[in-house]
Design a binder for this molecule. Structure first.
Ligand SMILES: Cc1ncc(COP(=O)(O)O)c(C=O)c1O
Length: 412
């Protein structure tokens, strides 16, 4: 990460006399999302005329539903182009409280005061961790993981513990190990179900065990539920916030990027006890002030408008999941568990190499298939690749066939 940052600096040095010595020491504790670097390389290859199938970046390839776009346009025309309160417009906070309480079966229902609106879920994570973690505080998460949790916690100088997720448990953690690793000193545990990068989903019994530990040791749980609508079971989604005693000690992070194909709009939120919401709002106030006003109105339309587009996108994701997982499992040297949510396939490539980075860059350069190394999500991701199946069935079929052809040429 620092190298990436440093490269940008090199270009500005001449003008600004900013050199490495002047950069804050804390910068070295920041992580970054590798998928964006792969995307930049893939685009450069495309610019040279090469065909690339994009499976590196975690965003739906669908267009944002029309009624949501129209709501933003109408809001702009109605003059909603000025600052809003830092926690978000009350219409959106109320819509989130109503939708999220109904979807997760929360009683008593959340109120607008529990909701903080942010430009995407990522700043909700950063600002919530900033509101909670002092240097030395114990922060527990899991590995592999979306990089933003460890980046924020390390930056804040928390004591970070990662529990490995297990392929043989379909990417859930060993609950006995979690029990051994948390204590009365634990301040915050992060969970993410459905999970990026593996597509794993926590079972009700896992959630109950975590809830029991949280109450026994008096820690808070940040539940990153951004993929709660990208869920492929024919049963209802279970949030840890709905379990007895958990409404008051859970921070639910969610947003519009994945469910409504709105990654570029930058709209997310977190739901939490009101006292904490006020502190997270203070961080909003100190950083971005508020989310673009007409974007917030588009969020109201997403939550209150027809749900059919979300269901249709998910049906397509499910079809693609079945196609890519079956196809990966037919390729010699690869094996892939069936993701139960999100839109990622996470094949095991250890029969070929443990160096996922080298294999991912080989597949991009030689086969034109852009994917991410599992190691970009933590040490437990070594020996895996992440394919985001935000590509058409035709592109998936093409990618599978070129991977199968190219792989024997990989000299790891
Ligand atoms: C697990 C997880 N949480 C949060 C986010 C952030 O989403 P956004 O900031 O686009 O709302 C992502 C994006 O990839 C993610 O995978």
């Amino acid at each position: 990460m620092f190298l990436l940052f440093y490269n940008c600096l090199e270009r500005t040095n001449a003008m600004l006399a900013v050199n490495e010595d002047r950069i804050a020491e804390g910068v070295s504790r920041l992580g970054a999302e590798n998928a964006f670097q792969v995307l930049a390389r893939a685009r450069a290859l495309e610019a040279q005329g090469k065909r690339v199938v994009h499976m590196e970046i975690g965003e739906p390839d669908f267009d944002t539903p029309e009624h949501i776009k129209q709501a933003a346009i109408d809001a702009m025309h109605a003059g909603h182009t000025h600052y809003t309160p830092s926690a978000g417009i009350v219409e959106l906070r109320a819509a989130v409280a109503e939708y999220a309480s109904r979807f997760r079966r929360i009683t008593p229902a959340w109120t607008p005061e529990n909701v903080v609106v942010t430009p995407g879920a990522k700043p909700a994570i950063w600002n919530t961790l900033s509101a909670l973690l002092d240097p030395g505080d114990e922060f527990v998460y899991f590995d592999p993981a979306y990089p933003a949790y460890a980046s924020a916690a390390s930056y804040l100088q928390a004591k970070v513990t990662a529990i490995p997720l297990l392929e043989e448990r379909n990417w859930r953690m060993d609950m006995d190990e979690l029990e051994r690793r948390v204590s009365d000193r634990t301040k915050l545990l992060v969970i993410n179900s459905p999970h990026n990068p593996t597509g794993g989903v926590l079972e009700q019994e896992d959630l109950e065990r975590i809830a029991d530990l949280a109450q026994r040791h008096d820690f808070l749980v940040l539940a990153d539920e951004i993929y709660s609508r990208n869920f492929y079971f024919d049963r209802e989604y279970v949030s840890i916030a709905a379990l007895p005693g958990m409404r008051e000690r859970t921070i639910v992070v969610d947003g519009f990027s994945k469910a409504y194909a709105m990654t570029g709009w930058r709209l997310g939120y977190a739901i939490m006890p009101e006292e904490l919401a006020n502190v997270v709002t203070l961080f909003n106030n100190n950083t971005f002030s508020c989310v673009a006003t007409f974007v917030q109105y588009a969020g109201v339309a997403a939550l209150q408008g027809p749900d059919a587009p979300v269901k249709a996108m998910n049906a397509t994701f499910r079809e693609r999941r079945d196609r890519i997982v079956a196809g990966l499992n037919k390729i010699s040297g690869l094996s892939c568990t069936l993701p139960e949510g999100a839109f990622y396939a996470f094949p095991n490539v250890t029969k070929i190499t443990r160096d996922g980075r080298a294999l991912a860059s080989f597949l991009l350069n030689e086969a034109g298939v852009a994917c991410t190394s599992g190691s970009a999500f933590g040490r437990a991701g070594d020996g895996y690749l992440r394919f985001s199946y935000a590509a058409s069935l035709e592109d998936i079929d093409w990618a599978l066939s070129v991977i199968a052809q190219a792989l024997p040429g990989f000299k790891g």
